[in-house]
Each structure stands twice: as C-alpha cells, then as structure tokens.
Design a protein around this ligand. Sequence first.
Ligand SMILES: [Fe+2]
Ligand SMILES: [Fe+2]
Length: 344
Amino acid sequence: MTPPSPSTTATAAGPGPLLAEGRGTLSNAVVEALRSGRPPAYAGGSVLKADPWGEDLQLALYLLYELHYRGFEGVDDEREWDPDLLRLRQALETRFLHALRTDLADGPRSVEDAFAPLLVEPVDLSGSLSHHLETDGELWQLREYAALRSLYHLKEADPHVWVIPRLTGRAKAGMVAIEYDEFGAGRAADIHARLFADLMGDLGLDATYGRYLDHATAPLLATVNLMSLFGLHRSLRGALVGHFACVEVTSSPGSRRLAKAMRRCGAGPAAEHFYAEHVEADAVHEQVVRREVIGGLLADEPALEEDVAFGCAATVLLEDRLAASIRAAWDQGRTALRTALPEA
Ligand SMILES: [Fe+2]
Ligand SMILES: [Fe+2]
C-alpha cells in the first residue's frame, strides 16, 4: 500500500450522500479509508474469505462504486481514481463475478435461450413480489419496497449510460433513444429518477439520494452492484446490454401490478404515476432494445452473444434472490430491511 497523497486540490465534496456504517472487515476498511483519506487497511486474505453474496462484500463494493456516481459528503472527489481503492474494487468484483458465473455455470448461452422464458408469458423480475403487492400488499410493504429500490431508482438509467461510447450504429442509436426517455426526454420534471423521488414523497419517505443505504440488505445491493459492474467494464458491454434488455422486457407487466398496488393502498398519485409511466414506456423500450440494441450489437459483434445471455441470466438470478429475501421476511411478519423504517 502507498502512503496517502496530500490533498492538493479543493475538490472535497460539499453536501452529498452520507457514508454508511460498515458491516464487516472490508466495508469497515472502505468507510475508514474514505473518512480518513488514507488507503484501505485490510488483511490480504480477507477478500478471498468474504462471502461474495454477504453484507460486508456487497456494501464495500457499493461504496466503491458510488465514487463514480455522486461520491460522499466530505470525501474528496479524486478518490474515484485512487489506485488503492481501485485495486480493492477489482478484487471484490472478481469475487462477485466468479460467484455469478459459478451459479450460472449451466445458464443460457444464447439470446434465444436467455430471453425465451421471459417472453413466453408476461413475467416480471420481481416475480411473486409484484403479484403479492398487487393483491395483498400493505402500505408499509410498499414503503419498504420503495426504500430498498431507491438505491437504484434515484439514479435510474445512470449505470447504463457508460455503455454508450462502447456501442456503434443501431445499438448506440437504440440505446440513446431509450435513455433519452429515462432522462425525461428534455424535461427535468419527467426524469425517471425525479418521478421516483415524487413517489417517495407520496409514501412519506425521504428522497435524499442514498438515504436508505444503511437499511438496504445485501440482496438489494447486489442488484445495483451488478449494473455498476457491467457498466464500468467495456469487456462486459455485452452483459450490460443483456441486463438492460432483461429489465426493459420484463418491466411492463410488473409495473402494471405495482401501479395497481399503489392505487389499492391509496399511496397517492405520484406513487401510482411512476409505475403507470413504465407500463407505457417500457412496452416501447422492449421493442427497441430487442430489435435495435441487441440486434444491432450482435450484428456488429456476434461473439458477444454469450455475454448478452449471461447479463440477462445474472439479472434474473439476483432479482429472484432479492424477491425471495423480501418475501421470507414479510411472510414472517418482519421488516425486509436491516432496520425498520421510521413511521411516515
Ligand atoms: Fe424508467
Ligand atoms: Fe425503460
């Protein structure tokens, strides 16, 4: 490890997201490194010993990825490219990716095999969760669901932008067309992250970016880390496209159920609107992503087909794990968060 370099620039962030509490050796090391300005201090073998699905590794990875988005209050913006932090991030990513590939060793190898099960019947990534919320969900469960999802939806579509310079032709044009919608089609009030902040307002949640990080469990963090992992590596551009396509293809039916759930529970107009908007928009996005983004990418780079399939399968795997963890908690009548939310 190298000694901390003196901070020569005045780039320390102003008000921004707050750092989370660590959850073990690795995340404590990251939190301490970010607080102190020093390199992360951890034993060499601790990465190899960490559970790749566990709270500690997933939080450490999440914190390191956040340096590429909004950073943290009081943490120098330049830490984004700190070689010691990047070295740790790479080691954590290797563990995470290896765990995904191991779990999906018998997974689909072609786009047809990856997407066919998603297209046979209207399924959605949250699986039984949105069915439950539609018919039996209670307002406190909708609040918990939104608090968890806020870790992604308050930066909705951001991780996918990184793939754009890595695409060409039809894939690039299709991707940009979809992202243009996600970012409000020229209207700040319609940026999907803004619509989600409005939803949180209806649910009596705090829409401050990163506010519920300490509440979020490892299965949720893994779903967000997956996008950052795929987005930040050009070598994983095929997987990013597969992930993005999987989300767009499955979003419409799930959003319809969640819009109904919001209406049934009297969550409020903005809460309903976020999901209603996605029923319409993602029905169109599904067509563009399949025909132009995947079709264009594979016309240009046919060798990436297996990666596209992997990105889709990894998304399904992590969403299934998340849905199972939430249902297990709710079925036992307890919070699906690490700590229950304060009352609205
Ligand atoms: Fe969206
Ligand atoms: Fe979309």
